[in-house]
Design a protein around this ligand. Structure first.
Ligand SMILES: [Zn+2]
Ligand SMILES: [Zn+2]
Length: 321
């Protein structure tokens, strides 16, 4: 099969001809129909987070077809032990022996993949492959972050990419007011946010017109944490939704005072996946996607780094319908 492989962090992804994968016990063989690109892929590519298995096929937002034609979604959480203290208390996202798709297990930047059937997600019939793929990480980890924001009526979203453009739609559907923060001066993305129902959109260097009850940070820039904290009403929460962030600058305790809090969100549980994939068609969450042929995966990551497209990038293998 053709695959795009990360051999060494910091270097370009390479094209490889690999043997077709063979499913082990409990695994299913899937023909990749579409695989969305995540910022985590970019962090692995750039060496900002560790890639313990090299070479590795990246990609953890996979829409795949089994031999009988059934579509499955393969998300980031690829395996848990089921026995550790976290698994046994409903927090398999924190499993100490978790293995992740496209990092510890070869992922979806390929024509074929194998996945543990217990961690595959059933997909709603309503949406085409390329529109579904971004739901599988940006959408469902974004949704986990939204839950951590509680019942915040005024919600800030910092970094308006794949996750935020989906969560904006969910939050508006739930009757919340969304305040979208983009890179300073990025008028195009601000207009995109308003088109998806954001009540206000501006640069991350601006103050919103109202105090926020919660803010979710999807961007990886640490200075956004004190900025978001500064925009919060008393009792508000800043939720950091990314796997990697640059250092957070010091800030005065006064900014945290009045029961404001800062927390992170790590990975997903299968329940998050089932819940979000049931909700998405109801909203409905409509993803804006830019498709790339699989062979152009490196270009897709370059464009993600540069903020060159709105919404999500999705890779299509040569045989994709
Ligand atoms: Zn566990
Ligand atoms: Zn991801």
């Amino acid at each position: 099969m053709q695959a795009i492989v990360l051999e060494r962090p910091g270097e370009r992804l390479t094209h490889a001809q690999l043997p077709d994968p063979t499913p082990g016990p409990g695994q299913i063989l899937l023909e990749v129909a579409a695989c969305a690109v995540c910022r985590t892929d970019l962090h692995l590519r750039d060496g900002e987070i560790d890639a313990p298995k090299l070479p590795v096929v990246l990609g953890h937002q996979i829409v795949g077809r089994a031999e009988d034609g059934t579509r499955y979604g393969v998300p980031w959480l690829g395996y848990t032990d089921g026995t550790c203290q976290y698994c046994q208390t409903g927090r398999e996202n924190l499993c100490i022996n978790a293995r992740f798709t496209g990092r510890d297990i070869d992922g979806g930047y390929a024509e074929l993949t194998v996945a543990d059937e217990r961690f595959c997600l059933p997909l709603p019939d309503e949406l085409p492959d390329e529109q579904l793929a971004p739901l599988l990480c940006g959408g469902l980890i974004g949704y986990r972050a939204l839950r951590m924001a509680g019942d915040a009526a005024r919600l800030g979203l910092y970094g308006f990419g794949s996750a935020a453009h989906q969560i904006c739609q969910v939050a508006v559907h739930q009757g919340r007011s969304v305040f979208a923060f983009t890179r300073p001066g990025d008028a195009r993305t601000q207009a995109f946010a308003r088109s998806l129902g954001a009540a206000w959109a501006g640069g991350s260097d601006q103050r919103p017109p109202a105090e926020l009850d919660a803010a979710i940070i999807f961007a990886s820039a640490g200075p956004l944490v004190p900025a978001a904290l500064n925009a919060l009403a008393p009792g508000g929460t800043v939720v950091c939704a990314g796997i990697h962030m640059s250092d957070i600058p010091a800030f005065p305790y006064e900014d945290l005072w009045h029961e404001r809090s800062i927390r992170s969100v790590a990975n997903l549980t299968r329940d998050d996946g089932h819940e979000f994939l049931a909700l998405a068609p109801e909203v409905p969450v409509l993803t804006t996607v830019t498709t790339y042929p699989l062979a152009q995966a490196e270009q897709a990551l370059t464009d993600l780094r540069a903020g060159a497209f709105e919404g999500a990038a999705v890779l299509l293998p040569p045989g994709a319908r």
